[in-house]
Design a protein around this ligand. Structure first.
Ligand SMILES: Nc1ncnc2c1ncn2[C@@H]1O[C@H](COP(=O)(O)OP(=O)(O)OP(=O)(O)O)[C@@H](O)[C@H]1O
Ligand SMILES: [Mg+2]
Length: 336
């Protein structure tokens, strides 16, 4: 049985979780879903952006947090080059010189002008007071970047001088920047906040899993190849360890429709992502086919569901979106 001390501690943690700047900032966000995978380049960002745009087209209020700190790609696909209005405040990590400074001197937890407070709260991540872009100015709020497709977005690109400038941040600082995005952006009232994660289960992924209160769950994206599905089992097990629900496995680039006869061609043989879902006892969300236009559209800054709304890809993404909508809605109903 819990001791009186334990109960008091739990009550305090609960209170802090409910009143943390992140919890307050996300208080009007109905559903929070993160997209991850074991492996890189499998289509996480493509899936996130197109699911978000599909949901927005259905009338939902949607935003994306691009939590891929080193390789942000959401702004490119959404054709959104805007910057957060942080110019008059100190930037996290400053410009390149400060990023280099951090890289060389290991002062990776002191880039916002704060004291050397080290963040030990990796697992719960609540109760921090320093979640501001410019450490000396409290209660700063920033509007997210509006995009042409009805989806708001925030990315490291939104605060960085140029796409070419390197981002040389270590774990604790990456954790802080993601938490700052969560707490200082005016996310407002949203039906869905989708979080696009970098590959693997490193700092960014753990931060998102531990910092977002009431995270509905994770979508795992995989291609039908053992090199992808094997590392996806690690990703799924990581979420399980962190008590984060897995909403399902989404398979990408499994089939190619012959442009002449429309016959489906299996690009990598068997449907191992579906097997992965079965093996890990999670839902299989569906398959997004390979289509050259997906990449062409993304490169042009127009999501494929906008550019080719009648394509098989757009139709599959729409089915997956419908499935997710009912899944998170029903999960909520089951709660006490
Ligand atoms: N269904 C598809 N058909 C054709 N090209 C695709 C498809 N899905 C993704 N791509 C292309 O594959 C590349 C990788 O996709 P994407 O950037 O979405 O992957 P990712 O998992 O987010 O990568 P990273 O791990 O680097 O974040 C991109 O060039 C994208 O346009
Ligand atoms: Mg990506």
């Amino acid at each position: 049985m819990d001791s009186f001390y334990d109960l008091k501690q739990q009550a305090r943690e609960q209170w802090q979780a409910q009143h943390s700047p992140i919890a307050q900032s996300l208080s009007r966000v109905k559903h929070k879903i993160a997209v991850f995978s074991g492996k890189g380049g499998v289509g996480k960002t493509t899936a996130t952006v197109n699911l978000a745009v599909t949901l927005a087209q259905q009338g939902c209020k949607v935003a994306i947090l691009d939590a891929d700190v080193h390789g942000p790609a959401v702004p490119k696909i959404l054709g959104a080059a805007g910057k957060l209005d942080v110019a008059s405040h100190r930037m996290p990590g400053g410009h390149n010189s400060q990023a280099n400074h951090e890289g060389h001197h290991h002062h990776d937890d002191n880039c916002c002008g704060h004291d050397h407070h080290h963040d030990h709260d990796h697992h719960h991540g609540h109760g921090h007071q320093e979640e501001q872009f410019g450490g000396d100015t409290h209660n700063l709020r920033f509007e997210p970047i509006r995009t042409p497709y009805g989806v708001d977005m925030v990315s490291v690109d939104s605060i960085w001088p140029s796409r070419e400038s390197p981002v040389m941040w270590r774990g604790p600082f990456k954790m802080r920047i993601i938490r700052q995005f969560l707490s200082t952006i005016n996310w407002g009232e949203l039906d869905y906040l989708l979080v696009d994660l970098p590959p693997g289960t490193g700092d960014e992924v753990l931060t998102v899993m531990s910092s977002i209160p009431g995270l509905d769950g994770m979508i795992v994206v995989s291609t039908p190849q053992d090199v992808s599905t094997i590392v996806c089992t690690k990703a799924i097990n990581t979420a399980k360890e962190m008590n984060i629900p897995i909403l399902g496995v989404l398979e990408n680039m499994s089939i190619l429709c012959c442009p002449h006869c429309e016959k489906p061609i299996k690009l990598f043989g068997q449907r191992s992502a579906e097997r992965l879902a079965k093996m890990m006892e999670v839902d299989f969300l569906g398959s997004i086919p390979f289509m050259v236009e997906v990449n062409e559209s993304s490169d042009a800054g127009i999501p494929v569901v906008i550019n080719h709304p009648d394509s098989l890809v757009a139709r599959e993404i729409s089915k997956i979106a419908d499935y997710l909508v009912s899944k998170v809605a029903n999960a909520g109903k089951g709660e006490d």
